[in-house]
Design a protein around this ligand. Structure first.
Ligand code: ADP
Ligand code: MN
Ligand code: MN
Ligand code: MN
Length: 341
């Protein structure tokens, strides 16, 4: 038997953006525990905006477990928050509301800034701006990425791969101090679970560098010529991949247009600062789609068209601070309104 350190991780009740929370429990197992072996656990919901002080218990229900390579016998346990007694989801539990569909696939492109002392990594200390955007995206060299960011993003990548998180890639982004990782998963909740765990690992890793992750979609404000951060959401269902067709696609896009406000409502706060029609975005009050058009709300690849309107689609509106559970849930809800024939 070995004593495993189980880090139970969950989303708190802060609005509009939940924070990640975590606490450790020690339990003995012969080998790395399976999900079904992990017990429910309680926490004080009155300290996380999830309960009143007088009946403060909330329940953590493990939903995925990943190895934690930074610790001897460490496990990262992603949890849903449940109400005590009833085994019903807590109102803050968006994951529980996602339609189950093993044929739904999601790929999230998570952008973010690394911040130190109130400014993006690589910005001059004492204020002001570095040279304008241009060479930072996928750039190399000290003047483009500084001396710390790459160590952080490469270490983060290794931590995620060690955990079994399905990264598809990483890149430096258009603004200085801005980066991206992409995570792909099959099943309606799988990629979103992994995005939350990857966010957790990045934030925890950054602690020792005195760096914070700034997930805000427009941390430098909308009046300067510096990109914001998105979380482009690539999605497909079995029908979109295998049947597709122009008629179905047009009905799907009509549904996305009809529910555009419902989508924006869960695509992350302050998106009006980012979706302005500039910096490769469409403005927030419009929905459009376009082939290979990075200024569209939803981008359709040429390959999708050539393949008989089959494949996957990219919704470019979700922002970096959006909850991937709510985003995936809303996309599947809209898809479900469209008849297959
Ligand atoms: P870009 O920056 O050009 O928009 P990326 O390569 O950063 O593209 O992201 C594309 C994303 O699409 C990846 O996360 C990938 O996993 C995802 N993806 C690929 N195929 C599918 C699919 N069939 N369904 C859903 N997502 C997919
Ligand atoms: Mn990308
Ligand atoms: Mn990007
Ligand atoms: Mn993209």
């Amino acid at each position: 038997m070995a004593k495993y350190k189980l880090e139970y991780i969950w989303l708190d009740g802060y609005d509009p953006v939940s924070n990640l929370r975590g606490k450790t429990q020690i339990k003995e197992f012969k080998v790395f525990p399976k999900l079904a072996e992990l017990p429910m656990w309680a926490f004080d919901g009155s300290s996380t905006r999830q309960a009143e002080g007088k009946s403060s218990d909330c329940i953590l229900k493990p939903i995925a477990v990943y190895p934690d390579s930074t610790k001897k016998n460490g496990a990262l346990v992603m949890c849903e928050v449940m109400l005590p007694g009833s085994n019903a989801p807590h109102p803050s539990n968006a994951r529980a509301t996602i339609l189950d569909d093993p044929g739904a696939w999601f790929g999230f492109e998570q952008e973010y800034f690394l911040y130190k002392d109130g400014a993006p990594l690589g910005f001059p200390s004492g204020g002001g701006f570095p040279p304008p955007q241009g060479e930072y995206y996928t750039g190399v060299g000290y003047k483009n990425v500084g001396d710390l960011a790459r160590e952080i993003v490469d270490t983060h990548l290794d931590l995620c791969l060690d955990a079994g998180i399905n990264h598809e890639g990483i890149n430096s982004e258009v603004a200085k101090g801005q980066w991206e990782f992409q995570i792909f998963g099959k099943g309606s909740k799988n990629a979103a679970d992994q995005v939350w765990m990857a966010r957790y690992l990045l934030m925890r890793l950054c602690e020792k560098y005195g760096v914070d992750v700034n997930w805000h979609c427009k941390p430098l404000g909308k009046d300067v010529d510096w990109n914001g951060s998105g979380m482009h959401t690539n999605f497909s269902t079995e029908h979109i991949r295998e049947v597709g067709g122009k008629k179905y696609f047009e009905k799907l896009m009509a549904a996305f247009d009809k529910f555009k406000n419902e989508h924006i409502a869960v695509y992350g706060p302050d998106n009006h600062l980012r979706l302005t029609g500039l910096h490769e975005t469409q403005s927030i009050d419009k929905f459009n789609y376009g082939v290979a058009n990075r200024g569209a709300s939803l981008r359709v690849s040429q390959k999708f068209i050539d393949n008989g309107y089959r494949g996957y689609l990219e919704d470019r509106r979700p922002n970096s601070q959006g909850d991937p559970y709510k985003i995936a849930g809303r996309i599947l809800q809209t898809i479900a309104t469209v008849p297959l024939k």
